[in-house]
Design a protein around this ligand. Structure first.
Ligand code: SF4
Length: 223
């Protein structure tokens, strides 16, 4: 799979880099520390961004450090997470915080292998922590980003969370190093414009070359 086969994906990335997609900054991006990014990414697993954003500062001020989270009272933390629908997830948060305190002296790991050993951290969360906490120029491969690439190229989505190998192979084309597209902008675009339900194709700067959009138009023409 190559840039030659999907030249418009490269152009799409470059085009997106010119637009500021989100009007407001998410709280964990406004004031960034590795701990706040870790906390946000753990909360964002299978939870909507806007819900986490509404509750993030309250949770971060209740547990301002990894040590505070490691020492959290379990029933209190469960109540704090209840508005996010995460009351069952609290043991993973505490486990992860304790693991980092015990094995990394309270520092959020800055390499992929170490992050993957933290309980509750998978590949996407590890990548997001490296991008947002440590400035690494990686492509955040969450389900929204894979869906966008699938729609744009017309390639099959494949497994809903893992994506097809073809899609994964295309993701580096959207990297900041390749096309100047920041991970923030890509995630905001796939969350707010090329969203899961009812994508805003009419407001999308990429519609002229989007396979999904052409398909929608041809269906409308055929009516
Ligand atoms: S035209 Fe629609 S489907 Fe295609 S990338 Fe834009 S928002 Fe997504």
């Amino acid at each position: 799979m190559s840039a030659e086969k999907f030249p418009y994906l490269l152009k799409a990335g470059a085009e997106l880099s010119k637009h500021r997609i989100a009007e407001t900054e998410l709280p964990w991006r406004k004031y960034r520390t590795p701990y706040r990014i870790f906390l946000a990414e753990m909360l964002l697993v299978r939870t909507r961004t806007d819900i986490v954003a509404n509750h993030f500062e309250k949770i971060a001020s209740k547990y301002p450090t990894i040590e505070a989270l490691a020492l959290a009272d379990e029933s209190e933390l469960r109540e704090v997470l209840r508005p996010l629908g995460l009351s069952k997830r609290f043991p993973y948060l505490i486990k992860a915080a304790r693991y980092i305190c015990d094995n990394h002296n309270g520092e959020i790991p800055a390499d992929f292998e170490s992050l993957l050993k933290v309980p509750g951290i998978g590949k996407y969360t590890a990548t997001a922590i490296l991008i947002f906490a440590y400035g690494q120029k990686l492509v955040p491969a969450d389900v929204n980003v894979l869906r966008f690439v699938s729609r744009f190229t017309g390639l099959e989505m494949g497994h809903v969370t893992k994506g097809s190998r073809e899609l994964w192979n295309l993701l580096p084309l959207l990297s900041e190093a390749n096309v100047g597209l920041s991970a923030e902008n890509l995630l905001d675009f796939t969350r707010l414009i090329c969203r899961a339900r009812k994508p805003k194709c009419n407001a999308c700067p990429l519609s002229a070359h989007c396979s999904y959009f052409k398909h929608v138009l041809s269906e409308q023409d055929g009516r």
